[in-house]
Structure formats: structure tokens, C-alpha cells
Design a protein around this ligand. Structure first.
Ligand code: GDP
Ligand code: IMO
Ligand code: MG
Length: 430
């Protein structure tokens, strides 16, 4: 019963989309288990680039089926925009190929308005959310007042609940945040027209995934965001509102632990973060510009969903070791190794100093990281262009040394590295 989990080990944007695409060539079903359209997953095939926010990246392969699991929050408007853009790129997605869990929650315009109002009210303490309404949608879920996709099956009851939800959000927007309110009639009618189109896609996706596994088919669980953005295990409060880690797979898809075959941690060869929050190995100035790029390459470090420049730094092995532990990683895939070519020396953060000690494992997990400063190990860089390399043995000695140092610090084998965004730019370990 082969379930392979592919998730991010950092603050998101590790290259999960391209890794899921790679593993999808052998998979039958690819399932997203958390988050919503805050995600931005890029897949590059030849000269074509696909940017996916809600739909699992595996859908780019014609033979796969896709699932949006119970752990997700789904905005119907972006769902259909994404289907249209996939269709325009030659990827046909219909209700036979793609299923949405009846238990997934819906994101409404009221959630987006609340997200904006909350961020504005946080002032300098703002999280730097993607503005997609993610936090408020999960808040309603936890408060047991959310709208679930399955409720669309009873149109009149759905409309009634939707109107009550928007009216309730208006009271909060007006009284708590002094923010503009929404026109209940217009917003409900427009939104319902889109949301009701989701009905043919609805299914008990947990059952579908279970049946695929029982038939011996390969199922991929595709994580969104990264370990350090997990609501429970991340750098709280600068996190997203879902379970991004491997634990989220089981409730987010409706599965037990038994089918797990591999838990693959996608790790960028350096560290990035969008939004606020502490970042001990962050760099600034010329080096930051070098790691981020100017935006002239499609892979330069600017957010896929929001276009914001990403903060950049050296790879943090303290946090990566933590990610390996909390996810139970069986393998690592290192991405963007090519970006480090040409740097005279490289740094790896191997410990933290602060709070009265030196730490290779943090005493209270990744909380209050601003208390610590990073301790680095310096390694030689390499000048060779890696983008054409396809065999492990052809990697420069300094690159191999960099990879080996990561592996020993983390205690998880590196299964492959990527050396460019295109599907074929991958070096598998022999
Ligand atoms: P995700 O959110 O984890 O799926 O990652 P994103 O798609 O947001 O960001 C990763 C970016 O890096 C995308 O533009 C990818 O096309 C690109 N990318 C992925 N792997 C590599 C790689 O090995 N080298 C380079 N240069 N770019 C890569
Ligand atoms: P992928 O799947 C990077 C960040 C936001 C913000 C915080 C909370 O492409 O890796 P939210 O809108 O979720 O309430 O914002 O989480 N964030 C991401 N950062 N990649 C993502 O997704 C992200 N999704 C959310 O920038 O700091
Ligand atoms: Mg992304």
C-alpha cells in the first residue's frame, strides 16, 4: 500500500511542486492535504511553466488523478481560474480526474476581508499573510461555524448559511476593525454561483485514496507550505493555519498510518522565507541579492502567489534536523543546488548560541528564534555550472562535500538533487 509523502522542510517554496511532478510519473493519484491557494507550486516541463495554487502539481501528467483533501480550505473562484489556466496550457481537468473532499472548508470573500482587516490591525506585528483568507477560514473551522464543501449539495440551506456567515463577518469587520463591510445580497449571489459549480467534483476523497492504495496504486501526498509554517510545530505565531507536516496527511486525507512507504523532505540548498518572523541565518546586502536574484530568472526568489521578494539566508541545519524529526523523514531531496555555483565559500548553520547556551537541538523547538544567533561552519564553494549534470559522480567535489555535511548533520539520506527547474534537471543518487 504505497503512500509517498512529499513535503517542505523549511518555510515553504522549497521546490515541492517540481519534486511532486517528478514522482508523479509513477503515481496514480496525487492528493493535497493542507492549506489553500496561499500555496504556489511551480512545475516546468520543457518551455512550459505551470503555476499551481490549489490543484495538486501531479495533475500536469495526463495519467494522474487529483484529490483536494479534507484538510484543505478551498476558494471556488481560484479553483475555477486555475482550471481555466490549466486548460489553456493543454491540461484537461474534469470531475472524473479531480475530486474535492466534502469535508474541505470553503474560503469566502468574507474570509479574505477579515484576513486583510486582521493584518492591518496587527500593525508592526503583522504576519505577512498571503491575504487569501486562510487564517479566518481555519478559524471558522475550529470554531465549528465554517462552510464545508459538502453543504453545497443542499442549495437553499447553503445560501442561508452563506448569507448568515457574511452578515456575521460584517459585524466583526465593522465593530472590531472599523473596516468596510460586504454587500450581503450581491456577494452571496456571486459567490454561490461559483461555489455551486464545485458540486460535480465532490466526493468522499478518503475512500478514493483508500481504494487506490488497496489496489496497490502509488498515491502521493503533496504538502503545501513547509514544516516551519505548521500551526503546531512551526515558528508560531509566524505560521500558516494548517498542519503542513506529515501528521497533517492523515487527518487531511482521511487515512491511517499503515500505507506510508516514504516521507520525502524537500529542502532548498539555502534558506528562504516570505512574510514576517525570526530567521537566524538570514543574510542581507550583496550576498542576499546574489541568492535572491533580480527577478530576471523565473526561479529567482520572489513569491509565486504574491510576488513579494523572499528573505534569504544560509541553510539552517538546526531547523532541518528538527524538520527531519517531527516529520519522520525517510529521504531528502535537495533543490536549487545550481544557484550556489560561483560563491567562493558557503556557510551552513550548525548550531545556535543564545539563551545561556549553545544548541544543536533547540530546548523549546523553533519558538522565539530571535533570541538566538547562528553559528556557522564554512565550506569551500565551487565554480562549475551544475545545470547540465545528470550523474552524481559528475558533481564537483565541493558540492558533494556540502551535501555530505547536510546528510551527516541531519541523519537522513539525500536521494536526489535538482540543478535547474526543468523536469529533467535532476541528479539521482546511484
Ligand atoms: P514550492 O512552493 O515548494 O513548490 O516551490 P515554488 O515553486 O514556490 O518555488 C520554487 C522555484 O524554484 C520555482 O520557480 C521552481 O521552478 C524553481 N526550481 C525548483 N527546483 C529548482 C532547481 O533545482 N534549480 C533552479 N534554478 N530552480 C528550481
Ligand atoms: P508554498 O506551498 C511560502 C506564509 C506567508 C505568511 C504565513 C501565513 O508555495 O510553499 P497565510 O496566508 O498562510 O495565512 O500566511 O505563511 N506562506 C507561505 N510562504 N510558501 C508558501 O506556500 C506559503 N503559504 C503561506 O507568507 O508568512
Ligand atoms: Mg511556493
Amino acid at each position: 500500500m504505497p503512500l509517498q509523502i512529499i513535503l517542505g522542510t523549511q518555510w515553504g517554496d522549497e521546490g515541492k511542486g517540481r519534486v511532486v511532478d517528478l514522482f508523479s510519473s509513477r503515481a496514480d493519484l496525487v492528493a493535497r492535504y493542507n492549506g489553500g491557494d496561499n500555496a504556489g507550486h511551480t512545475v516546468t516541463v520543457g518551455s512550459q511553466t505551470f503555476k499551481l495554487h490549489l490543484i495538486p502539481s501531479g495533475i500536469v501528467h495526463a495519467h494522474t488523478r487529483g484529490v483536494l483533501g479534507s484538510g484543505m480550505v478551498v476558494n471556488p473562484v481560484t479553483f475555477f481560474t486555475e482550471l481555466d489556466s490549466l486548460r489553456a496550457s493543454g491540461v484537461e481537468v474534469d470531475p472524473l480526474r479531480l475530486k474535492l473532499s466534502y469535508a474541505a472548508h470553503l474560503i469566502t470573500p468574507a474570509h479574505k476581508a477579515l484576513d486583510a482587516a486582521q493584518e492591518a490591525s496587527r500593525g508592526r506585528e503583522k504576519i505577512g499573510t498571503t491575504g487569501r483568507g486562510i487564517g479566518p477560514a481555519y478559524t471558522d473551522k475550529a470554531a465549528r461555524q465554517g462552510l464545508r464543501a459538502g453543504e453545497l449539495l443542499d442549495e437553499s440551506e447553503f445560501l442561508e448559511k452563506l448569507r448568515a456567515h457574511i452578515a456575521a463577518a460584517n459585524r466583526v469587520l465593522e465593530r472590531l476593525y472599523q473596516a468596510p463591510t460586504l454587500d450581503v445580497d450581491r456577494v452571496s449571489a456571486d459567490y454561490a454561483a461559483q461555489a455551486l459549480r464545485l458540486r460535480p467534483y465532490l466526493a468522499d476523497t478518503g475512500l478514493l485514496v483508500h481504494q487506490a492504495l488497496a489496489e496497490g496504486r502509488i498515491v502521493l501526498a503533496e504538502g503545501a507550505q513547509g514544516t516551519l509554517l505548521d500551526l503546531d510545530l512551526g515558528t508560531y505565531p509566524f505560521v500558516t493555519s494548517s498542519a503542513t507536516t506529515s501528521g497533517g496527511v492523515f487527518s487531511g486525507l482521511g487515512l491511517g498510518l499503515r500505507p506510508v512507504e516514504a516521507i520525502i523532505g524537500v529542502t532548498k540548498a539555502f534558506q528562504t522565507r516570505v512574510g514576517s518572523g525570526p530567521f537566524p541565518s538570514e543574510v542581507e546586502g550583496e550576498l542576499a541579492e546574489r541568492l535572491r536574484g533580480t527577478g530576471s530568472n523565473p526561479w529567482d526568489e520572489f513569491g509565486t502567489t504574491t510576488g513579494r521578494p523572499r528573505r534569504v539566508g544560509w541553510l539552517d541545519l538546526v531547523l532541518l534536523r528538527y524538520a527531519a524529526r517531527v516529520n519522520g523523514l525517510t529521504d531528502l531531496v535537495i533543490t536549487k543546488l545550481d544557484v550556489l555555483s560561483g560563491l567562493p565559500e558557503l556557510r551552513l548553520c550548525t548550531a545556535y548560541r543564545g539563551g545561556g547556551g549553545r544548541w544543536e537541538d533547540l530546548p523549546f523547538g523553533p519558538t522565539e528564534l530571535e533570541k538566538y544567533s547562528a553559528e556557522y561552519e564554512v565550506l569551500p564553494g565551487w565554480s562549475e555550472d551544475l545545470t547540465g549534470i545528470r550523474r552524481w559522480a559528475q558533481l564537483p567535489a565541493a558540492a558533494l562535500r556540502y551535501l555530505e555535511r547536510i546528510e551527516t548533520a541531519v541523519g537522513v539520506p539525500i536521494r536526489m538533487v535538482s540543478v535547474g527547474p526543468e523536469r529533467s534537471q535532476i541528479v539521482e543518487r546511484g
